[in-house]
Design a protein around this ligand. Structure first.
Ligand code: NAD
Length: 293
Protein backbone atom coordinates (compact mmCIF):
# COMPACT_ATOMS: atom_id res chain seq x y z
CA UNK A 1 0.00 0.00 0.00
CA UNK A 2 1.38 3.40 -0.99
CA UNK A 3 0.96 5.90 1.86
CA UNK A 4 -0.55 9.32 1.31
CA UNK A 5 2.10 11.87 2.22
CA UNK A 6 0.46 14.68 4.18
CA UNK A 7 1.80 17.88 2.67
CA UNK A 8 1.97 20.56 5.34
CA UNK A 9 3.13 22.89 2.60
CA UNK A 10 -0.05 22.38 0.61
CA UNK A 11 -2.39 22.60 3.61
CA UNK A 12 -0.62 25.66 4.99
CA UNK A 13 -0.84 27.35 1.59
CA UNK A 14 -4.58 26.80 1.51
CA UNK A 15 -4.91 28.20 5.07
CA UNK A 16 -2.79 31.22 4.06
CA UNK A 17 -4.95 31.80 0.95
CA UNK A 18 -8.06 31.90 3.16
CA UNK A 19 -6.36 34.32 5.57
CA UNK A 20 -5.19 36.55 2.70
CA UNK A 21 -8.79 36.78 1.45
CA UNK A 22 -9.99 37.76 4.93
CA UNK A 23 -7.27 40.41 5.19
CA UNK A 24 -8.31 41.87 1.84
CA UNK A 25 -11.91 42.07 3.08
CA UNK A 26 -10.82 43.81 6.29
CA UNK A 27 -8.69 46.30 4.38
CA UNK A 28 -11.31 47.02 1.72
CA UNK A 29 -13.88 47.78 4.40
CA UNK A 30 -11.50 50.31 5.94
CA UNK A 31 -10.30 48.08 8.80
CA UNK A 32 -6.83 48.01 10.28
CA UNK A 33 -4.14 45.77 8.80
CA UNK A 34 -3.53 42.84 11.20
CA UNK A 35 -0.07 43.14 12.72
CA UNK A 36 2.04 40.33 14.23
CA UNK A 37 5.24 41.00 16.16
CA UNK A 38 7.97 38.59 17.22
CA UNK A 39 10.67 39.00 19.83
CA UNK A 40 13.91 37.13 19.20
CA UNK A 41 16.48 37.00 22.00
CA UNK A 42 19.99 35.95 20.98
CA UNK A 43 21.41 34.46 17.82
CA UNK A 44 20.29 30.81 17.86
CA UNK A 45 20.39 29.69 14.20
CA UNK A 46 17.21 27.60 14.24
CA UNK A 47 15.24 30.30 16.10
CA UNK A 48 16.38 32.91 13.59
CA UNK A 49 15.22 30.69 10.71
CA UNK A 50 11.79 30.17 12.34
CA UNK A 51 11.29 33.87 13.07
CA UNK A 52 12.30 34.88 9.55
CA UNK A 53 9.84 32.34 8.14
CA UNK A 54 7.10 33.85 10.33
CA UNK A 55 7.86 37.38 9.08
CA UNK A 56 7.82 36.17 5.47
CA UNK A 57 4.48 34.43 6.05
CA UNK A 58 3.03 37.74 7.33
CA UNK A 59 4.00 39.42 4.06
CA UNK A 60 2.40 36.59 2.08
CA UNK A 61 -1.04 37.10 3.71
CA UNK A 62 -0.92 40.90 3.86
CA UNK A 63 -0.24 41.28 7.60
CA UNK A 64 2.06 43.89 9.01
CA UNK A 65 5.01 42.41 10.91
CA UNK A 66 7.60 43.64 13.37
CA UNK A 67 10.71 41.78 14.44
CA UNK A 68 12.23 42.90 17.75
CA UNK A 69 15.78 41.57 18.04
CA UNK A 70 17.40 41.59 21.47
CA UNK A 71 20.95 40.59 22.42
CA UNK A 72 21.58 37.20 24.06
CA UNK A 73 22.61 38.96 27.29
CA UNK A 74 19.35 40.94 27.55
CA UNK A 75 18.13 40.78 31.15
CA UNK A 76 14.79 39.25 32.12
CA UNK A 77 13.62 42.70 33.22
CA UNK A 78 14.48 44.27 29.86
CA UNK A 79 12.59 41.51 28.06
CA UNK A 80 9.57 41.96 30.35
CA UNK A 81 9.66 45.70 29.59
CA UNK A 82 9.65 45.01 25.85
CA UNK A 83 6.70 42.65 26.32
CA UNK A 84 4.89 45.34 28.25
CA UNK A 85 5.45 47.82 25.43
CA UNK A 86 3.95 45.39 22.91
CA UNK A 87 1.05 44.64 25.29
CA UNK A 88 0.24 48.37 25.27
CA UNK A 89 0.87 49.04 21.57
CA UNK A 90 -2.56 49.27 19.93
CA UNK A 91 -1.12 48.67 16.49
CA UNK A 92 0.17 45.19 17.45
CA UNK A 93 -2.66 42.64 17.42
CA UNK A 94 -0.60 39.69 18.61
CA UNK A 95 3.00 38.77 19.33
CA UNK A 96 5.24 35.87 20.19
CA UNK A 97 8.47 35.45 22.08
CA UNK A 98 10.53 32.90 20.17
CA UNK A 99 11.56 29.97 22.39
CA UNK A 100 13.93 28.72 23.68
CA UNK A 101 15.20 31.70 25.67
CA UNK A 102 18.71 32.04 27.11
CA UNK A 103 18.97 30.10 30.40
CA UNK A 104 19.09 33.23 32.62
CA UNK A 105 15.49 34.07 31.61
CA UNK A 106 12.47 32.33 33.16
CA UNK A 107 10.31 31.19 30.23
CA UNK A 108 7.20 30.73 32.34
CA UNK A 109 7.43 34.28 33.70
CA UNK A 110 7.81 35.57 30.14
CA UNK A 111 4.86 33.53 28.86
CA UNK A 112 2.63 34.85 31.64
CA UNK A 113 3.68 38.45 30.97
CA UNK A 114 2.07 38.41 27.52
CA UNK A 115 -1.42 39.95 27.52
CA UNK A 116 -3.83 37.01 27.03
CA UNK A 117 -5.58 38.91 24.21
CA UNK A 118 -2.31 39.02 22.25
CA UNK A 119 -1.06 35.51 23.09
CA UNK A 120 -1.09 34.17 19.52
CA UNK A 121 1.27 31.29 20.39
CA UNK A 122 -1.47 30.08 22.75
CA UNK A 123 0.92 29.26 25.61
CA UNK A 124 -0.56 31.58 28.27
CA UNK A 125 -2.46 29.82 31.10
CA UNK A 126 -5.61 31.73 30.08
CA UNK A 127 -5.39 30.38 26.51
CA UNK A 128 -4.75 26.83 27.71
CA UNK A 129 -7.60 27.04 30.24
CA UNK A 130 -10.02 28.29 27.58
CA UNK A 131 -8.94 25.45 25.29
CA UNK A 132 -9.84 22.94 28.02
CA UNK A 133 -13.25 24.58 28.41
CA UNK A 134 -13.93 24.67 24.63
CA UNK A 135 -14.12 28.48 24.71
CA UNK A 136 -12.95 30.53 21.71
CA UNK A 137 -9.25 31.11 22.26
CA UNK A 138 -5.80 30.90 20.78
CA UNK A 139 -4.94 27.22 20.34
CA UNK A 140 -1.26 26.33 20.65
CA UNK A 141 0.02 26.68 17.09
CA UNK A 142 1.60 23.26 16.48
CA UNK A 143 -1.26 21.08 17.82
CA UNK A 144 -3.81 23.31 16.05
CA UNK A 145 -1.85 22.91 12.80
CA UNK A 146 -1.95 19.12 13.17
CA UNK A 147 -5.73 19.20 13.67
CA UNK A 148 -5.98 21.27 10.47
CA UNK A 149 -3.92 18.66 8.58
CA UNK A 150 -6.21 15.85 9.74
CA UNK A 151 -9.23 17.93 8.68
CA UNK A 152 -7.79 18.76 5.27
CA UNK A 153 -7.09 15.09 4.44
CA UNK A 154 -10.45 13.94 5.90
CA UNK A 155 -8.65 11.47 8.15
CA UNK A 156 -11.27 9.74 10.31
CA UNK A 157 -10.71 10.37 14.02
CA UNK A 158 -14.01 9.60 15.77
CA UNK A 159 -13.70 6.55 18.03
CA UNK A 160 -10.11 5.97 16.92
CA UNK A 161 -7.21 5.28 19.27
CA UNK A 162 -4.80 8.20 19.17
CA UNK A 163 -1.42 7.80 20.86
CA UNK A 164 0.61 10.93 21.54
CA UNK A 165 4.30 10.55 22.44
CA UNK A 166 5.51 13.46 24.58
CA UNK A 167 3.75 15.59 27.19
CA UNK A 168 5.34 19.01 26.64
CA UNK A 169 3.17 22.02 27.38
CA UNK A 170 3.47 23.32 23.84
CA UNK A 171 2.90 20.13 21.83
CA UNK A 172 2.10 16.78 23.49
CA UNK A 173 -0.27 17.81 26.30
CA UNK A 174 -2.45 20.22 24.28
CA UNK A 175 -2.42 17.75 21.38
CA UNK A 176 -3.94 15.09 23.63
CA UNK A 177 -6.66 17.54 24.71
CA UNK A 178 -7.56 18.51 21.13
CA UNK A 179 -7.75 14.89 19.94
CA UNK A 180 -10.07 13.98 22.83
CA UNK A 181 -12.42 16.97 22.35
CA UNK A 182 -16.00 16.48 21.26
CA UNK A 183 -15.26 17.84 17.80
CA UNK A 184 -14.28 16.80 14.32
CA UNK A 185 -11.33 16.18 14.10
CA UNK A 186 -11.42 14.87 17.65
CA UNK A 187 -13.52 12.32 19.57
CA UNK A 188 -10.53 9.99 19.82
CA UNK A 189 -9.68 7.74 22.71
CA UNK A 190 -6.33 9.22 23.62
CA UNK A 191 -3.28 7.69 25.28
CA UNK A 192 -0.67 10.29 26.29
CA UNK A 193 2.74 8.66 26.68
CA UNK A 194 5.96 10.08 28.15
CA UNK A 195 9.40 9.20 29.47
CA UNK A 196 8.00 7.03 32.30
CA UNK A 197 5.57 5.07 30.11
CA UNK A 198 6.01 1.30 30.18
CA UNK A 199 5.48 -0.86 27.10
CA UNK A 200 5.66 2.15 24.78
CA UNK A 201 6.21 0.00 21.68
CA UNK A 202 3.06 -2.04 22.29
CA UNK A 203 0.96 1.04 23.02
CA UNK A 204 2.16 2.74 19.84
CA UNK A 205 1.51 -0.41 17.80
CA UNK A 206 -2.17 -0.21 18.83
CA UNK A 207 -2.57 3.39 17.59
CA UNK A 208 -4.78 4.29 14.66
CA UNK A 209 -3.25 7.76 14.84
CA UNK A 210 0.26 8.19 16.25
CA UNK A 211 1.48 11.72 16.97
CA UNK A 212 5.16 11.87 17.81
CA UNK A 213 6.67 14.81 19.73
CA UNK A 214 9.52 13.22 21.65
CA UNK A 215 12.46 15.24 20.33
CA UNK A 216 14.67 12.20 19.49
CA UNK A 217 15.75 11.74 15.87
CA UNK A 218 14.21 8.70 14.13
CA UNK A 219 12.94 7.28 17.45
CA UNK A 220 9.80 5.66 16.02
CA UNK A 221 10.54 2.57 13.95
CA UNK A 222 8.31 0.34 11.82
CA UNK A 223 7.78 -2.25 14.57
CA UNK A 224 6.06 0.45 16.67
CA UNK A 225 3.44 1.21 14.01
CA UNK A 226 0.21 -0.58 13.10
CA UNK A 227 -0.48 -1.44 9.46
CA UNK A 228 -2.69 1.32 7.98
CA UNK A 229 -1.99 3.87 10.75
CA UNK A 230 -1.74 7.64 10.39
CA UNK A 231 1.60 8.96 11.69
CA UNK A 232 2.27 12.63 12.39
CA UNK A 233 5.91 13.54 13.01
CA UNK A 234 6.42 16.75 15.00
CA UNK A 235 10.18 16.41 15.60
CA UNK A 236 12.72 18.63 13.88
CA UNK A 237 16.43 17.89 14.17
CA UNK A 238 19.29 19.55 12.34
CA UNK A 239 21.84 16.86 11.56
CA UNK A 240 25.25 17.99 10.31
CA UNK A 241 25.70 17.08 6.67
CA UNK A 242 28.63 18.49 4.72
CA UNK A 243 27.07 17.41 1.42
CA UNK A 244 24.35 20.05 1.90
CA UNK A 245 24.84 23.72 1.08
CA UNK A 246 23.38 24.68 4.48
CA UNK A 247 25.72 22.22 6.25
CA UNK A 248 22.82 20.25 7.74
CA UNK A 249 19.78 18.16 6.86
CA UNK A 250 16.52 17.84 8.75
CA UNK A 251 15.26 14.68 10.38
CA UNK A 252 12.07 14.01 12.31
CA UNK A 253 11.25 11.82 15.30
CA UNK A 254 10.13 9.04 12.93
CA UNK A 255 12.26 6.75 10.76
CA UNK A 256 10.38 7.88 7.69
CA UNK A 257 11.06 5.29 4.98
CA UNK A 258 10.39 2.13 6.96
CA UNK A 259 7.43 3.62 8.85
CA UNK A 260 5.85 5.12 5.69
CA UNK A 261 5.70 1.63 4.15
CA UNK A 262 3.12 0.64 6.83
CA UNK A 263 1.05 3.85 6.91
CA UNK A 264 -2.08 5.03 5.20
CA UNK A 265 -1.13 8.65 5.94
CA UNK A 266 2.18 10.07 7.13
CA UNK A 267 3.60 13.58 7.51
CA UNK A 268 7.22 14.11 6.38
CA UNK A 269 10.01 16.25 7.84
CA UNK A 270 10.58 18.80 6.41
CA UNK A 271 7.35 19.90 4.72
CA UNK A 272 4.95 18.39 7.28
CA UNK A 273 4.05 19.90 10.66
CA UNK A 274 6.56 22.79 10.42
CA UNK A 275 4.67 24.91 7.85
CA UNK A 276 1.39 24.23 9.69
CA UNK A 277 2.71 25.80 12.89
CA UNK A 278 3.24 29.07 11.05
CA UNK A 279 -0.16 28.91 9.39
CA UNK A 280 -1.81 28.46 12.82
CA UNK A 281 0.07 31.43 14.17
CA UNK A 282 -1.34 33.59 11.35
CA UNK A 283 -4.82 32.19 12.03
CA UNK A 284 -4.48 33.10 15.70
CA UNK A 285 -3.43 36.63 14.76
CA UNK A 286 -6.54 37.03 12.64
CA UNK A 287 -8.58 35.67 15.57
CA UNK A 288 -6.94 38.29 17.83
CA UNK A 289 -8.27 40.99 15.49
CA UNK A 290 -11.72 39.40 15.37
CA UNK A 291 -11.96 38.90 19.15
CA UNK A 292 -11.04 42.57 19.67
CA UNK A 293 -13.79 43.93 17.43
P1 NAD B 1 10.14 18.28 24.84
O1 NAD B 1 11.57 17.89 24.90
O2 NAD B 1 9.63 19.42 25.66
O3 NAD B 1 9.24 17.02 25.21
C1 NAD B 1 9.60 15.72 24.87
C2 NAD B 1 8.64 14.77 25.54
O4 NAD B 1 9.03 13.44 25.18
C3 NAD B 1 8.64 14.84 27.08
O5 NAD B 1 7.32 15.09 27.50
C4 NAD B 1 9.12 13.46 27.52
O6 NAD B 1 8.36 12.98 28.63
C5 NAD B 1 8.87 12.60 26.32
N1 NAD B 1 9.85 11.51 26.24
C6 NAD B 1 11.19 11.59 26.37
N2 NAD B 1 11.75 10.37 26.29
C7 NAD B 1 10.73 9.50 26.11
C8 NAD B 1 10.66 8.10 25.93
N3 NAD B 1 11.75 7.33 25.93
N4 NAD B 1 9.45 7.53 25.76
C9 NAD B 1 8.32 8.30 25.74
N5 NAD B 1 8.34 9.64 25.88
C10 NAD B 1 9.52 10.23 26.05
O7 NAD B 1 9.82 18.47 23.30
P2 NAD B 1 8.73 19.36 22.50
O8 NAD B 1 8.93 20.80 22.74
O9 NAD B 1 7.37 18.79 22.67
O10 NAD B 1 9.22 19.04 21.02
C11 NAD B 1 9.30 17.73 20.51
C12 NAD B 1 9.92 17.77 19.13
O11 NAD B 1 9.10 18.51 18.27
C13 NAD B 1 11.30 18.44 19.07
O12 NAD B 1 12.09 17.77 18.10
C14 NAD B 1 10.99 19.85 18.62
O13 NAD B 1 12.07 20.45 17.93
C15 NAD B 1 9.83 19.59 17.70
N6 NAD B 1 8.90 20.71 17.55
C16 NAD B 1 8.50 20.99 16.27
C17 NAD B 1 7.59 22.00 16.04
C18 NAD B 1 7.14 22.27 14.65
O14 NAD B 1 6.66 23.32 14.35
N7 NAD B 1 7.26 21.30 13.74
C19 NAD B 1 7.09 22.76 17.11
C20 NAD B 1 7.48 22.43 18.41
C21 NAD B 1 8.38 21.39 18.62
Amino acid sequence: MEPTIISGKEVSNSVKDEIALEVEKIKSSGGKTPHLAAILVGEDGASRTYVNAKVKACERVGFGSTLVKLDADTSEEELLNTINQLNNDNDIDGFIVQLPLPSHIDEQKVTEAIAPGKDVDGFHPVSLGKMLLDLPSFLPATPAGIVEMLRHYNIPTEGKHCVVIGRSHIVGSPMSVLMARNANPGNCTVTLTHSRTQNLNEICASADILIVAIGKPEFVTADMVKEGATVIDVGIHRIEDSSKKSGFRLLGDVKFDEVAAKCEFISPVPGGVGPMTIASLLKNTLLAVQLKS
